[in-house]
Design a protein. Sequence first.
Length: 151
Amino acid sequence: MPSPLEVLLARAESVTGSKARRCGTGYRLDCPVGHRSRGTLACAEGENGSVILKDHAGCEVAQIVQALGLQMSDLFPARLQDSTPEGRRQARTAIREASVLAAMALVEYESRVVLILAGDLLRGQTSESDIDRARTAVQRIEQSRAAFNAR
């Protein structure tokens, strides 16, 4: 199965009639939208396999994708799916673990904010915006706790 970048390059070549040229870690090619500038479209493959597009003549990505006869979803790799019960269970577990880790990181960050603000308060160096930020930190910590309890 070809990568999204390979699909885009092949489609661009057939639409514009010109070949993509290697440039750094990506490619330069003619934009299919129709302006007369040559080689203005830069494209590369992102870390997750998605296509990164930038037209230096100013065309929007949606215009480029439409001119190539593609959909925006064609710029992204297909999602991996495991249809077995065990695979689905492992995916749910991984999602739960990622959510817990994200919530823990948020609690750690907001706790540090509260500690810094407490120190500033003890030194008499707080403003109304500092107090508002402390309220926000407490709300975010409470929301994380609620998310843990919902599991």
